[in-house]
Design a binder for this molecule. Structure first.
Ligand SMILES: Nc1nc2c(ncn2[C@@H]2O[C@H](COP(=O)(O)OP(=O)(O)OP(=O)(O)O)[C@@H](O)[C@H]2O)c(=O)[nH]1
Ligand SMILES: [Mg+2]
Length: 513
């Protein structure tokens, strides 16, 4: 068999046909032998080829119909996932069942479809305490993960960014590097990494951003998209303002794109949904009343929506690697606002929404404050939109989108270059339980209000130097880190202000003429 030739053909086909890969890979158990890996690779090449090319390359011993582990729905995306810390992994544990559900694989019973589907998650799971991750070692999802890609310790990072970043970041550097290399090598076209973590604790914020830096050093040209959770105002961790400030500075420095989510915004969405359910007595507002479960469902739906264009076909697919190009006009201005409509709070197999909403209503809800994953006001007259995207799943038509985007353009203020352009994604497969749904992504100067909040909360604590010694006693951490981080974040606010003023200046010049 001419392995080399076949592999080259596969690569060429990949490039020309833009085939996508899902976040899952086929199981290659006991695949320590290189030969077996090559065979699996070739089998895949054979199954992906179309028409005459497919016939031209015959792979001995394999006939498509007799190989159950592939089906046409299972595209494979070139993104690697890294949930870090308790929050990241709790979001992960909500993510996998819903993602599998989109491929028709159920994980709700003890005897899961995973046995027959033979899929593996392309992920490295990291937490410095093992209470959350130990669930993955027992529950129905246990076969989904490569055990060598689970990195745990005891007893966590003590809600201290410096311990996560410096202590665990250096102790686990090689282990993380090796686990990441392992999953990267199983991919023939790596597009990016998707990191999920909170910023209020020590592991997600500290080790999460140390991992982000590791990725930037080792894979400088590969995208690093971060979905991170900012704490609620009523913070449950006293040191959260320090952790949030220090981690935010790292995210600004090393991420390609950040999709921040605020726990207070998620709580508001959940409360609004619960009130609706209580007031209307309708069962379709299926809130579970378990706060993190519902809150994490909202994040997961956003992530599934975000990745849908890479995983499923559509008339106008928006691939993950188009996000940064379209939404990030300047490297450091990469914080992206998101809102979703309709909001789903619990697993779709438990709830089928009775919806026959008009498309315009779904759009109107999308822009309302009740559907935002972060509390900002991007439509206020003082802020400008630097870039925008709308991604639709399901039976939304291009005409629906165009009509509504015109409405959006009329009610918002844009920069001179972003006014007439809006990225659109159309994925034909809707999320489970809905006939259609929408995700709005905005790069708005209103994001500076998030940064100002971070600095305000930090200053309250730092003014009295409360809890500072926990950080300064960690080897590698200098107190100047606090001041530098604050200054860098303030600089970013100035950049946003400059862009806002730039617009005002050009308007007044026009008036003079
Ligand atoms: N949305 C959401 N927020 C969470 C979840 N778990 C924790 N948080 C928030 O995350 C912050 C605490 O971070 P954790 O993720 O628990 O901390 P960690 O990264 O494990 O770090 P250490 O425990 O300090 O080692 C707090 O603001 C919590 O409210 C979750 O499942 N969902
Ligand atoms: Mg923890």
């Amino acid at each position: 068999m001419d392995y080399e030739k076949n592999i080259i053909v596969l690569m060429a086909i990949n490039v020309t046909e833009q085939l996508f890969r899902s976040i899952f890979s086929e199981t290659l158990e006991n695949s320590d032998e290189e030969e077996e890996l090559v065979e699996a690779f070739l089998l895949e090449a054979h199954l992906r080829l179309r028409g005459p090319l497919r016939k031209a390359i015959r792979i001995e011993g394999y006939v498509e119909e007799t190989v159950p582990r592939f089906n046409t729905k299972q595209f494979r995306e070139h993104y690697r996932m890294l949930p870090i810390g308790q929050c990241g992994n709790q979001i992960g544990s909500a993510f996998w069942p819903l993602a599998l559900h989109e491929y028709g694989i159920q994980t709700t019973t003890d005897v899961t479809d995973l046995n027959t589907a033979k899929v593996k998650a392309r992920a490295v799971l990291v937490d410095m305490e093992d209470s959350v991750l130990s669930r993955f070692k027992q529950g129905p999802l246990r076969q989904l993960f490569d055990q060598t890609c689970i990195v745990t310790n005891y007893p966590g990072s003590g809600n201290n960014w410096a311990i996560g970043y410096y202590v665990h970041g250096s102790d686990y550097h090689d282990r993380l590097e090796e686990s990441i290399r392992r999953i990267v090598e199983r991919c023939d076209q790596l597009h990016g990494f998707l990191l999920m973590h909170s910023l209020g604790g020590g592991t997600g914020s500290g080790l999460g951003t140390a991992t982000l830096k590791l990725l930037r050093d080792n894979y400088p040209h590969v995208e690093r998209i971060v979905s991170c959770v900012y704490p609620a105002n009523t913070q449950d961790t006293i040191t959260a303002p320090y952790n949030t400030l220090l981690a935010t500075q790292e995210l600004i420095e090393h991420a390609t794109c950040v999709l921040p989510v605020e726990n207070k915004a998620l709580l508001d969405i959940c409360n609004a949904q619960i009130n609706k359910r209580d007031n209307t007595g309708q069962i379709n507002y299926n809130a579970s009343c378990k706060p993190f479960q519902d809150m994490n469902s909202i994040i997961v739906n956003m992530l599934l929506h975000l990745t849908s264009g890479s995983r499923f076909p559509g008339n106008l697919n928006m691939d993950m690697n188009e996000i940064a190009t379209n939404l990030v006009p300047y490297p450091k201005l990469h914080y992206i606002f998101s809102s979703i409509s309709p909001v789903t709070l619990s697993a779709p197999n438990m709830c089928t929404m009775q919806e026959a909403k008009l498309q315009d209503e779904v759009f109107t809800n999308l822009w309302s404050r009740n559907n935002q994953l972060i509390r900002l006001d991007p439509l206020q007259p003082t802020s400008v939109i630097l870039a925008a995207a709308h991604i639709a799943r399901g039976n939304t038509t291009l005409t629906d989108i165009k009509r509504n985007i015109e409405r959006f353009q009329n009610k918002s203020k844009f920069t001179s270059w972003s006014k007439d352009c809006m990225k659109i994604g159309l994925c034909s497969v809707p999320p489970a339980g809905h006939s259609s749904s929408l995700l709005c992504l905005l790069n708005s100067s209103a994001m500076s209000s998030l940064f100002k909040d971070i600095i305000r909360e930090f200053s309250k604590l730092y003014k009295k130097k409360a809890h500072v010694h926990h950080y300064t006693q960690v080897h590698g951490f200098e107190e100047t880190h606090f001041i530098e981080s604050k200054e860098n974040i303030l600089n970013l606010c100035e950049c946003y202000a400059e862009i806002q003023n730039m617009e005002e200046t050009s308007i007044s010049r026009l008036q003079v003429i």
